[in-house]
Design a protein around this ligand. Structure first.
Ligand code: HEC
Ligand code: HEC
Length: 276
């Protein structure tokens, strides 16, 4: 599994390296960040501050959310929910100074080893103010972020809307899991993943039933990382995503699979004992 993940990373990195010089190929071009409304950082083009000046700043969080989507999400996942290509920043970036240090170091240096660019540097390409705004937003989605208390129904929903992805206690629906994790490969058929909606590609696989497909998803299969690269997904959430994906190909999985297996997906790795 490690090897597959590494391969995935290397493929991404090579792709990036080959287009980096020109900064012209769609997604790879870093996007300008509109920092209007943020208190400017003194000498921000030449000197880095050590501590995020915008921690908890509502305006910065809003700017950072968009800036992340434009510059980081293609590798670190939509809403920072990793799809397996780059580290999950909700888990890998602690709150406070320790996280600021890691963040600053990466923004200045990127991640380049043996001449291979795993992540480009952003210093000098995106303004420091915009980068710290991204950090301010990342703090709000950190696994260590204080859980937002429910907003009373009388306040406007607009105020509560943006920070939706704080550790959900209930299983996420198939569509949501798909759109945050599985889409990275299953929409365009990356690494030859069967595409969502492609009935011909899914039909032979559907013969494994939900429990068989769930087992592949939990453990990974060839180029597909375990749990699509997101270890926080539960088996329930993976099942939801599988049912959603195959539903789009007009395959009704819950009927194809034995319901007894579907409700107790415990024998994922081990061969089932003969019943007779
Ligand atoms: C081309 C893909 C790519 C893009 C774009 C990208 N990253 Fe990364 N990032 C990576 C990879 C891969 C790593 C792991 C590097 C390594 O293994 O050394 C990483 C590592 C990091 C780390 C260190 C995490 C740790 O565990 O120490 C941080 C912080 C980070 N990225 C933030 C960002 C931010 C913020 C952006 C957007 C401004 C961004 N990255 C854009 C691929 C990317
Ligand atoms: C990094 C790319 C990637 C991501 C992300 C990914 N998949 Fe896959 N997936 C693949 C590839 C590639 C295959 C084909 C594997 C093979 O048959 O060799 C596959 C196959 C599958 C299969 C068929 C397994 C079988 O036994 O035939 C299922 C089910 C599946 N993926 C579910 C998911 C779900 C659910 C998610 C999101 C939680 C997800 N995948 C995320 C790449 C990915």
């Amino acid at each position: 599994m490690q090897r597959t993940l590494l391969l995935t990373r290397i493929c991404g990195a090579l792709l990036l390296a080959s287009t980096m010089q020109v900064w012209a190929h769609g997604d790879v071009t870093p996007q300008a960040i509109d920092i209007t409304g943020l208190e400017p950082i003194k000498d921000s083009d030449t000197t880095w501050v050590d501590t995020n000046p915008y921690s908890g700043n509502e305006k910065a969080i809003e700017i950072g959310k968009h800036a992340f989507a434009q510059n980081c999400a293609r590798c670190h996942g939509i809403d920072a929910i990793s799809g397996g290509i780059a580290p999950d920043l909700r888990e890998r970036l602690p709150l406070g100074q320790e996280g600021d240090d890691i963040f600053k170091e990466r923004m200045i240096n990127g991640a380049i080893r043996n001449g291979v660019t795993y992540m480009p540097k952003f210093d000098g390409i995106v303004k420091q103010e915009g980068l710290w705004a991204i950090r301010a937003w990342l703090e709000t989605v950190s696994v260590d972020a204080p859980v937002k208390t429910a907003v009373p129904a009388t306040t406007t929903p607009a105020a509560a809307a943006p920070v939706a992805s704080v550790a959900p206690a209930v299983a996420r629906a198939g569509e949501e899991v798909f759109n945050t994790v599985c889409t990275a490969c299953h929409t365009a058929g990356i690494l030859n993943a069967p595409k969502i909606g492609d009935k011909a590609a899914w039909e032979p696989r559907a013969a494994k039933g939900l429990s068989g497909l769930l087992a592949s998803s939990v453990n990974g299969l060839n180029q597909m990382p375990a749990k699509g690269g997101n270890p926080s997904l539960t088996e329930q959430e993976l099942s939801n995503a599988i049912i959603y994906m195959l539903g789009k190909a007009d395959i009704e999985l819950d009927k194809a699979a034995s319901t007894a297996d579907a409700t107790t997906p415990t024998a994922v790795d081990t061969a089932k004992p003969a019943t007779n």
